[in-house]
Design a binder for this molecule. Structure first.
Ligand code: ADQ
Length: 478
């Protein structure tokens, strides 16, 4: 099938969070399954620093009373065509934020629709998050182009209807009070990025006021677990970490711990329990819970803590303050830096994700692969990927807690800190985590089946034979 991915982010050229990991890798795997997949992205002002982009556009279009240009290049390390939507609104060197955010992404979605109607006509437009949410609405009148809408973040729902009507074409049949509410109604299929979160969003606690609508849509909304690219995230070959290692050579991993302690200004001590976190600094990620728990935990144990991320100013400030209160024990890296994030995954003993909600979570999968034991709240995709460690039966790959309460988080952290001191069991725990394979092959087949279902075709229809055989093998999760 001809499939166009339309999104605001794609790894490694335009990344803020996990959506980039999905859009940067899934097209490559779908291509191996025989699809003609292409990607459509805004031409951000920083892209020429990361990609070679021809100076002549391949096409010029017109939307919302503005001309725009389309430039064609390739997704790095692949032959996937990448179309860049060129307009002065995207010239600033940022992906999100700014007063024109709603307008410029609506223009982007409009440009993508024009592109599909007039230049390259796909069978399916695979849309990601609210930025692309008007596309399913418009394509409702183009029955030969179908749409899949993937929810990475239900909390951001785009402009309200009254605002949209002042910006763009809202067809007479359009229902929904904002972009996301309209997108889920008009897309042929809707999915979110883990099976558990697909169920949770039907509940008022997680539905972000769309739970009723999502319940009403029934089977149209499904969950497909994200994966990670085992070649990109591979401690055996990662060029960004001082010492490569594998599950069999975990002894060597300590080199990364010592180097990380030095790099981020922690006391250099191989025996201290070093806990890490890499995240967008937003409410979703449970930072209020962390900040309520951390002081007490640091007084009770000799743990070291390093956090890396950017986001809301109040969290950045509180983390700075925490770091200044605990010199040598807490380090706040208020920045976005992919190579340093790898060193953090490779050098920390444990990795925390106390999320308030989590559609899937990529970070815990990377942590598992790098042998950093995840400590997570059991919500969303974290339930599908992290299983509580049971030292007696020697099962599980991390530590989990249920309620969004500081005491529950604290207790879970203490259990992990204690567990760390039983070195033999801890090593086995790390190895079980490293053995889990959350790769894209399985998920790509589920997307393939989802695309087929739009046309009433059986799930494996059109799959290469080797992949059908792969599908029969169960996913290995310890
Ligand atoms: N400061 C920093 N420096 C370097 N790298 C950083 C960084 N901050 C974050 N990252 C990286 O960004 C990614 C974060 O991905 P997540 O899936 O964990 O969360 P996110 O909320 O962004 O994604 C949303 O979309 C994804 C994809 O569907 C869902 O898994 C998730 O639940 C949903 O909230 C990881 O690769 C992480 O290493």
């Amino acid at each position: 099938m001809r499939i166009l991915f339309v999104a605001a982010e794609a790894h490694p050229i335009a990344k803020v969070g996990g959506m980039a990991d999905v859009v940067g890798v899934l097209p490559k795997v779908l291509k191996q399954l025989g699809h003609d997949v292409r990607v459509f992205l805004p031409y951000y002002g920083f892209l020429p620093e990361k990609l070679t982009i021809p100076s002549t556009p391949i096409w010029q279009g017109y939307a919302m009373f503005h001309y725009f240009q389309i430039y064609e290049t390739r997704l790095p390390d692949s032959d996937i065509p990448l179309y860049l939507f060129g307009h002065s609104a995207f010239l600033p060197k940022r992906i999100y934020h700014g007063e024109d955010e709603e307008w410029r992404f609506t223009l982007f979605a409009n440009g993508a629709a024009e592109f599909c109607w007039n230049y390259w006509k796909p069978d399916i437009i695979h849309c990601h998050d609210w930025h692309t949410g008007m596309i399913p609405v418009w394509m409702h009148q183009s029955p030969d182009i179908t749409t899949v809408f993937t929810i990475h973040n239900l909390a951001y729902q785009g402009p309200w209807r009254w605002k949209l009507e002042g910006m763009t074409w809202c067809p007479w049949y359009m229902q929904g009070h904002n972009v996301l509410a309209a997108a889920v109604q008009f897309a042929n299929k809707v999915n979110t990025v883990s099976p558990n979160y697909a169920q949770q969003i039907r509940l008022p606690e997680y539905g972000e006021k769309l739970d009723g609508l999502l319940r009403f849509l029934g089977d149209k909304v499904t969950g497909i677990l994200n994966g990670i690219d085992p070649d990109i995230f591979n401690p055996e070959t990662d060029p960004h970490i001082p010492q490569n290692y594998s599950a069999e050579t975990l002894d060597q991993r300590v080199v990364n711990k010592l180097a990380l302690q030095e790099e981020v200004g922690l006391e250099i001590d191989r025996n201290k329990f070093l806990v890490g976190m890499v995240t967008r600094l937003v409410e979703q990620k449970g930072l209020d819970l962390l900040l309520q728990m951390l002081d007490r935990f640091l007084s009770y144990t000799d743990t070291q803590f390093v956090i890396m991320g950017t986001g809301e100013r109040s969290y950045e400030t509180q983390l700075w303050q925490m770091a200044s209160r605990y010199p040598g024990r807490v380090s706040a890296q208020i920045l976005f830096n992919d190579p340093l994030s790898r060193r953090l995954y490779a050098g920390s003993d444990a990795f925390i994700m106390p999320s308030r909600f989590e559609p899937c979570g990529i970070s815990q999968m990377i942590a598992l692969r790098y042998g950093s034991v995840p400590i997570v709240r059991r919500t969303g995709g974290l339930v599908d990927t992290v299983f509580h460690h049971d030292p007696i039966t020697e099962t599980g790959n991390g530590y989990c807690f249920d309620r969004y309460e500081p005491l529950d988080f604290f207790t879970c952290m203490v259990r992990a800190w204690e567990g760390y001191h039983y070195r033999r069991e801890w090593r086995a725990l790390q190895q079980r985590g490293m053995a889990a394979r959350y790769t894209w092959e399985q998920s790509a087949q589920e997307y393939h089946a989802l695309y087929n279902s739009i046309y009433g075709l059986p799930p494996t229809h059109g799959l290469p034979e080797a992949s059908v055989a792969l599908e029969k093998e169960p996913l290995t999760v310890s």
